[in-house]
Design a protein around this ligand. Sequence first.
Ligand code: FES
Ligand code: FE
Length: 425
Amino acid sequence: MLETFSKKLMQPQNGLLDRKIFNDSEIYRMEQEQIFARCWLFLGHESMIANPYDFITGYMGEEPVLITRDGKGKLHTFLNMCTHRGNMICRAEKGNNQSFMCTYHGWTFSIDGKLVGVPGFKEVYFEELDKAKWGLVEVAQMDSYKGLMFATFDSRAPSLIDYLGDQKYELDLSVDRREGGAEVIGGVQRWVMKANWKFAVDNFGGDDGHHMITHGSVRPVVIDGKRWFNAYAEQKDPNNRMNMGGGWITEVDSSGKPLNEMGYMLGKYEQEHQKELRERMGGNPALNTMRGTFVGSIFPNMSFSSLRFNFRIWLPKGPDKTEVWHYCIVDKKAPPEIKSMIRLHLTETFGPSGNLEQDDMNNWQNSTFTAKGIVAQRQPMTILAGLGHDKEVPVTGTKLRAIYIRWAEMMNAASWDNVSINKSR
Ligand code: FES
Ligand code: FE
């Protein structure tokens, strides 16, 4: 169906990608239609709109949306667009409100999307305007998985649980660790990078090969706090081999002495709740391979890391521009000082000030820049690692190929019947 990328260059199953897919306006436009207007997209966590009449604003692909909880507690997602002349009806990031008045001509919509007020309804519209027809445009489907809210514009999309598939087990490692679940703290960090959204998604989703090189600069100034955690764990329970969480990074001075006790304290917290964690996660198949920590992406543009307690959306803003929205998510039952430490730890490592984040962005921006060249586009990009050995050793290339096989599948699929998703899990 789609002829905009080269069939010769674009063979993800053979480890080849057409460089054009990372910096081309026509392909970007098709992505909005084939991917972002059809797939389930992440909106945030329910804790961000915990009370009746709470709302947040966000984006699904490039479309601005308004996410609300109505007076009865029901969740809604609407296009953040007045049905009169298209002004955005809400400009705030978050709040609590029973209705939204458009600042252009004053049409007013209730929290559940109904058009409830039209200036001049009697004098100008002669009471003939059918208000029931002109409520806010609501998404086709909205659902949550353990507090994580998703929506799709496509009524024919499979259910959220089918769409998530086995990734639900990996999400559990972040949002179902303790009784009471998880909550987002500290608001949303946002920043813009001059990179194609897919580089970020594939990096979190499968580019294991970059760690030692890209983040090599961080290693001389920090130690892996996992040592602290393991030291604590071994001291308390020499037989404990299940590492749930951990991996804290702690700054050290020139002699290697840690500058703060953050890594130790967070390791202690993890250890104290090992029993509860083990019981809750006991049947989780993701534990077998991930030892309780996970970094991944949910197609198309949400990524998460249970290792660093964060979720993010990579919002497409053009073929070479992405806005990142980054959330800190913690166990709801964690003590305030631990929540605060997790937030500080996350700010130190990820987000615009994060020492690891900055390494990553620089590379994605350069790869996006070179992908624009006419001569460069004659050369395929390679994701060849482990090709032909995927079952023996699922390394970085295996995961990257899986991501781009799904991307090409969605770009070519006329309907969900042509997309390989197992139903009714
Ligand atoms: Fe909203 Fe006119 S555009 S009231
Ligand atoms: Fe990285």
